[in-house]
Design a protein around this ligand. Structure first.
Ligand code: CAO
Length: 437
């Protein structure tokens, strides 16, 4: 059941001249109860407007820089009065001062659902971190990226002390996933350039997904020492197997692409190399090894890159995985992924093989420690040693070669382990009967 709700500026006391300084959602975005929608700011304080219901944003009435006052309409929401809509608990009352807006329509806000505790590590990809407006303001003033700040409050909520810790650690040069470098630590942001001085230009705002994934990618690029190991797998037999079975899969409504085989090969390698399914603890002092096999898969959508997670890949067959991948990418492209769909991956796979390219250097989806890039299969003449004796007897054969690019966090994985991992992957993909076991 759904009904339309108007979200208005709540009672803000005797304050005039309030400006909309952040719009965190766009029409079509799915929000959970208490998800931040936008932030307004007077010359004295800023205030975040949380979502009064779980639902889908219909229209955003205001734009950045608009002046608003008590009662001004900010946005409309199609509220869902069903227990499927909530994906994150509300912050505990009393931890931070925060004002709830009055909503003008009927449904009763859903109570926070029971949920396993969110580990206070780094903010989830694709999510806005929980912090009060005052903490946000403080972070803005100090140049602290809240997405890179560890929240010690209830449900990982970021408190003012956490922002101070980030600053202290950045000043002391502490390494780890937590603190992002402060602007003063590097060359600083690109200086503004007036491109219109050189010719005609237009401004195209980035989508929310692009902005959030941009922040996550920047943080990962800056905090994870990346190395990329390139390798190749001979997938000649795998490809003929796949093509033989494609009609049968199609009769069950499933398109059997290469990707399910790659996911299965990753699971086999992950079983033997547990550090690839680990994360560094935020202090960089120990590894948290995961004993599950959920894999992220990068999906290209017209609004940007998202990485939904396929769960328990070890327990699923190839057809089941193919069907699930199709459903997840469909969901991603229809903008229907929930935050939960994008959490819990132990490693990610980014396949550009359907498009082209030879090798590339994917960015680790931190706090994961490895990402596998898959490029386009190429048919190549490969020398096949007839009797395996290396005596020059043999011939060139056309083989189907799949390029692999494994980027990894060098704090956790060393080069020798990485090449063992890609060798394992290549072997599994070549001897594909093992993948079917
Ligand atoms: N080599 C050659 N052909 C390949 C291939 C490869 N490595 N991988 C896929 N293909 C083929 C498929 O067989 C399919 O062929 P047909 O249309 O002839 O049947 C075609 O390419 C398209 O495949 P697909 O994209 O529908 O399916 P997929 O399982 O390979 O990928 C998904 C699914 C969701 C990963 C993909 O659609 C996608 O979004 N890829 C982009 C990911 C991305 O942007 N990553 C970037 C990360 S870094 O910025």
């Amino acid at each position: 059941m759904a009904s339309e709700v108007e979200v208005r500026v709540p009672d803000i006391g005797d304050v005039e001249d309030v400006e909309v300084i952040e719009i965190l959602v766009a029409p079509g975005d799915r929000v959970a109860l208490e998800d931040p929608l936008l932030t307004i700011e007077s010359d004295k304080a800023s205030m975040e407007i949380p979502s009064p219901y779980a639902g889908v944003v219909e229209t955003v009435v205001v734009k950045l820089g608009d002046a608003v006052a008590e009662g001004s309409l900010l946005l409309t929401l199609r509220a869902e009065v069903a227990d499927t809509a909530v994906s994150e608990p509300a912050p505990s009352p009393g931890t931070e001062p925060e004002t709830r807006p009055e909503a003008s329509a009927a449904p009763t806000p859903l109570p926070p659902p029971p949920k396993p505790p969110v580990p206070p590590v780094v903010a989830e990809p694709g999510r806005t971190p929980h912090a009060s407006p005052l903490v946000r303001k403080m972070a803005r003033e100090l140049g602290v990226d809240l997405l890179a700040t560890t929240g010690s409050g209830s449900h990982g909520r970021i408190l003012s002390g956490d922002v101070q810790t980030t600053v202290r650690e950045a000043m002391a040069g502490v390494a780890g996933h937590g603190p992002a470098p402060l602007p003063s630590a590097g060359a600083g942001p690109q200086p503004a350039v007036d491109f219109s001085a050189f010719g005609e230009t237009e401004v195209q705002p980035l989508s929310r997904i692009q902005r959030v994934s941009g922040r996550n990618l920047t943080r990962s690029w800056q905090t994870v020492p990346h190395v990329t190991q390139h390798d190749e797998a001979d997938v000649t037999e795998l490809e003929s197997f796949r093509k033989r079975h494609a009609p049968e899969a199609e009769s069950q409504g499933v398109k059997l692409t290469l990707l399910p085989f790659v996911l299965k090969a990753c699971v086999q390698a992950l079983r033997d190399y547990p550090e690839f399914r680990s994360s560094l603890d935020p202090r960089g002092e120990s590894l948290i090894v995961k004993h599950y096999y959920h894999l992220g898969v990068a999906v290209d959508t017209e609004r940007g890159l998202v990485v939904p997670v396929v769960r328990e890949v070890d327990q699923k067959g190839l057809l089941e995985l193919a069907a699930e991948l199709a459903a997840l990418s469909e969901k991603a492209r229809a903008r229907k992924l929930s935050p939960a769909d994008m959490q819990g991956g132990v490693m990610s796979v980014s396949s550009l093989g359907g498009i082209g390219g030879t090798h590339f250097t994917p960015i680790v989806n931190a706090p994961e420690v490895a990402v596998l890039g898959v490029s386009r299969i190429e048919t190549r003449a490969v020398w096949r040693d007839g009797d395996g004796e290396g005596d020059g007897e043999g011939r060139f054969e056309p083989r189907r070669i799949l390029p692999l690019s494994l980027s990894y966090d060098h704090r956790v994985i060393d080069g020798a382990q990485a090449v063992r991992f890609t060798t394992h992957l290549a072997r599994s993909l070549s001897a594909m009967e093992n993948l079917l076991l």
